[in-house]
Design a protein around this ligand. Structure first.
Ligand code: FE2
Length: 219
């Protein structure tokens, strides 16, 4: 069964690397927070939640030394890391996960400006993969990593704003924070401090690993 296999894969991931598992739960929850602000069909929400959980499942095939390497990766290691979306795609095929999840996994490292892993740009990137890319980056910026110090909420908020149209889908970022903009220039009446507090709340909600909305919420 489809959902049993999702659960099975998440258990494998938890055993393989607890940090990647925690990262994936966060991404699922944060994606959910983004989607709450959109009017999406239930089936699409479910697919994006599953895609969020499994987006890094290909890391099962990447050596732990590379995943957890403190310091910069060399070219060869970087090459290996970049294969995880493709590996993820073959794993979910093997486990008979609904084919609607495939583009979410393959393209979660694409950037709006086309400078991501495969060079897909803008609306050509599957919608769910654009949602996951935002949640993925928020988790990465807000957690301790061997190669970077944790960014505070204000820094993360500014990164999201400044990368609208660069790394991230500008409409999704605007929607997430109810930002009004003119040709992507912020309109000054926006209360940025208040929006930053919203982000702080979303991050803390998504960091709660105990109440797993996905497994208990009937999706
Ligand atoms: Fe990834």
């Amino acid at each position: 069964m489809h959902m049993d296999n999702v659960r099975k894969l998440m258990e494998l991931l938890k055993d393989y690397d607890l940090n990647v598992w925690k990262h994936s739960i966060f991404v699922m929850k944060f994606s959910f927070e983004i989607m709450k602000r959109l009017d999406l069909h239930r089936k699409e929400v479910t697919n994006i939640l599953i895609g969020s959980l499994l987006h890094d499942i290909g890391k099962l095939k990447i050596s732990k030394e590379v995943i957890n390497k403190p310091g910069k990766l060399n070219l060869q290691e970087w090459d290996e890391i970049k294969r995880h979306p493709t590996y993820g795609g073959s794993i979910i095929n093997q486990y008979n996960i609904n084919s609607g999840i495939l583009p979410l996994i393959l393209y979660h490292h694409e950037r709006w400006d086309g400078k991501g892993y495969y060079g897909v740009a803008g609306k050509h990137i599957h919608f769910g993969a654009r949602v996951i890319a935002i949640a993925d980056s928020v988790e990465a910026m807000s957690s301790e990593r061997p190669y970077q110090k944790v960014k505070d909420t204000k820094e993360i908020f500014m990164e999201l704003l400044n990368n609208r149209g660069g790394q991230f889908d500008p409409d999704l970022i605007n929607l997430l924070f109810k930002i009004e903009s003119n040709n992507n220039q912020l309109i000054f009446s926006n209360n940025l401090a208040k929006k930053q507090r919203i982000l702080e709340k979303l991050i803390s909600v998504s960091r709660n690993y105990d109440s797993n909305v996905f497994y208990s919420g009937g999706y």
